[in-house]
Write a protein that binds this ligand. Structure first.
Ligand SMILES: Cc1ncc(C[n+]2csc(CCOP(=O)(O)OP(=O)(O)O)c2C)c(N)n1
Ligand SMILES: [Mg+2]
Length: 374
């Protein structure tokens, strides 16, 4: 996997400090166990592992529900990104804002939105986080400060810069984090947003989740500068690349970025290298990948990696892991049952959540819309 690379215009923060936690030596007889720092102690690590496992089981369940025609529209999964998601979210305060693209179920879960409300949204039910009108790509929860969920590649990037401008204008200390894929760095809005964010000192952290592919196109075939974090240099923005399969490395890098934004009101560009384990969306068999490539991906599975590290460090045994798995699977089953039993939204509410300010019914009626009749 990618190594952490020197930041463009400042010294990079310390390399992955995973060794503090997962590689902590097992207590030996007669020797006092080395105390792990509280941000990488056993309970913290098991907590991260549990969150990653929840995302994995949630996404597997979503894929199954899709084949059962319970979920309509598009459905993109975070399989392979679990360490990235959990590491990034661990660096945010609950009051910080988040913008993402359409690959966002795991982010919603890690932002503290319950699995039931996320699954219900995928099923298009009124109990969903966007009241059933958003679906998989448009999760939105103002209370949790998850401001979407966007299907237009790059659509969220200028919006995030705008939100950071609002924070700055109001004098708040919240940070805006904005996720996107590698393919998004070729979109004009990406460059416009980074430019203005740097020029105006906006408290926004742009995170490029480099999974190596934009649908079936490799980064090398689409980016003149495939080391994407280097794009920050064009805007005099501090930037860093980090191994996205290492939850603590991601968290620590994200903390540096978030604190820079909070304390100095400077934007930051963080790139995580986070291989996508499956197809672009649930309907993509990824035929553009060779057998060997698919085989090699197994070594890049962040969940398997963390399970092994925690077991080796004596933090989580195979039995403990099975127990956690059963717990998390039950949570996901309950979420699916909740979604299944929830009602579809009322058609009369179709336009209720399109604008922040209510618009009178007559004006938003679609011409000759059979739903409304004449
Ligand atoms: C403006 C725009 N162009 C094209 C598409 C079609 N499209 C959907 S996802 C995608 C690939 C984006 O890749 P990347 O940014 O790397 O994100 P990833 O899916 O890998 O997470 C494309 C081209 C779109 N949704 N919006
Ligand atoms: Mg990509």
């Amino acid at each position: 996997m990618a190594e952490t690379v020197q930041s463009v215009d400042r010294a990079a923060p310390a390399r992955s400090r995973r060794t503090r936690g997962t590689k902590a030596p097992r207590p030996r007889t007669g020797a006092a166990p080395e105390a792990a720092p509280p941000d990488a102690d056993a309970a913290t690590l098991v907590g991260y592992y549990r969150q990653m496992l929840l995302i994995r089981r949630f996404e597997e369940r979503a894929a199954r529900a899709y084949t059962e025609a319970k979920i309509g529209g598009y459905c993109h999964l975070n399989l392979g990104e679990e360490a990235t998601v959990v590491g990034l979210m661990a660096a945010l305060r609950p009051t910080d804002y988040l913008f993402t693209n359409y690959r966002e179920h795991g982010y919603a879960l890690s932002k503290g939105i319950g699995a039931e409300r996320v699954m219900a949204e995928l099923y298009g039910r009124s109990t969903g986080v966007s009241k059933g009108w958003g679906g998989s790509m448009h999760l939105f929860d103002a209370e949790a400060r998850l401001l979407g969920g966007y299907g237009i590649v790059g659509g969220q990037v200028p919006l995030a810069a705008g939100a950071a401008l609002a924070v700055s204008y109001k004098g708040g200390d919240e940070v805006v984090m904005c996720h996107m894929g590698d393919g998004t760095t070729a979109i004009g809005a990406f460059h416009e947003s980074l430019n203005i964010a740097s020029l105006w000192n906006l408290p926004v952290v742009f995170v490029v989740i480099n999974n190596g592919l934009g649908m079936g196109t490799t980064v090398e075939n689409s980016a003149a500068e495939p080391e994407l974090y280097r794009r920050g240099a064009a805007y005099r923005m501090e930037s860093l690349r980090v191994d996205g399969t290492d939850v603590l490395a991601v968290r620590d890098a994200a903390r540096t970025a978030v604190e820079r934004a909070r304390a100095e009101s400077r934007p930051y560009l963080l790139e995580t290298v986070s291989p996508r384990l499956k197809g672009h969306s649930v309907v993509d068999p990824a035929r553009y990948r060779s057998k060997e490539e698919k085989e090699a991906l197994k070594a890049a599975d962040p969940l398997a990696r963390m399970a092994l590290e925690l077991e080796e460090a004596g933090v989580l045994s195979a039995d403990d892991r099975d127990r956690l798995d059963a717990e998390v699977t039950a949570e996901v089953d309950a979420a699916a049952a909740f979604a299944d039993e929830s009602p579809a939204p009322e058609v009369s509410t179709l336009f209720d959540y399109t604008y922040a300010t209510p618009v009178p019914g007559e004006l938003r009626r679609l011409p000759a819309d059979p739903v409304f009749g004449s």
